[in-house]
Structures are given as C-alpha cells and as structure tokens.
Ligand binder design. Structure first.
Ligand SMILES: [Zn+2]
Length: 138
C-alpha cells in the first residue's frame, strides 16, 4: 500500500525542514507518524519490516534488542534525496516506528515505547539509526 508518492512526501518534508514559517509543524508530523504506526497493526517484527518497505519508509533492520530497548536502522530512508543538513531530521520515521512498536510490544496498557533518531543519512551517515526505549508501567 502506498499512501502518497515519495515525491509528494519529499515535498512536504522539504517544506517542514528548510522553511522557517512552514505550515507543516514538526509536532504535527510526529502526531501523524504515531497514528500511521499504530494503524499498521503489526503483530511481528517481520510485518513491521515489510510495511516499512511497502510504505517507502526504507529497509528496516533490527540490530540490537533486549529488555530495555532496541537499535533499528533504515537503509534507503525516505529522507534520502533531501538536501544535506547537520542534524537528525527523521522525526516522522521515528514516530512511525514508535507507534508500530508500541502496539507490537506493549504488554500492559500504559507501557510506552520512545524512539529517537541518533544518526541520520542527511548528516553524512550511510543509514538512519534509531534507538527505541521501552518504558514499562510499574
Ligand atoms: Zn534520518
């Protein structure tokens, strides 16, 4: 399933990243990303990998996974092709992963997953790398 073309998505991203008075606020993109992730309804990591590919988000790989979190990488991330910038910009992709992983991994209502991008291909890395932290309700 492809919701929007990659070119249209890139245009929206470009507007949000490089224009100070953009109509697309980063907070809004994060809210949309979490909703997209939740509606993926992934039951396995394999389904998440397949859906990331299908949505044009990139080739997702899980590199480390323990009780407290996981390290994920996106090759050919949907940010590829945007002008270089000296920071991590894939808040939308992180939010999609957050929403999807929350549904996939939470055992108790209230358990949370927080995902942050720690390396971005727009700032000279070969991949976009994300750290997911699991926050269990006591
Ligand atoms: Zn990135």
């Amino acid at each position: 399933m492809r919701v929007v073309s990659n070119a249209l998505y890139q245009a929206i991203r470009f507007s949000g990243l490089y224009h100070e008075r953009s109509a697309v606020s980063p907070d809004y993109m994060v809210k949309v990303g979490r909703e997209v992730g939740r509606h993926m309804n992934c039951r396995t990591l394999r389904e998440l990998v397949n859906q990331c590919e299908g949505l044009g988000l990139g080739a997702l790989e899980v590199h480390h996974w323990d009780a407290t979190g996981m390290t994920l990488e996106l090759r050919n991330c949907s940010c590829d092709g945007l002008p270089p910038v000296d920071r991590c910009v894939c808040d939308f992709e992180a939010a999609v992963l957050e929403g999807a992983l929350a549904g996939l991994l939470s055992k108790t209502p209230g358990d949370e997953v927080v995902v942050k991008e720690v390396r971005c291909s727009l700032s000279g890395h070969s991949i976009c790398q994300f750290e997911a932290h699991f926050v269990e309700t006591p």
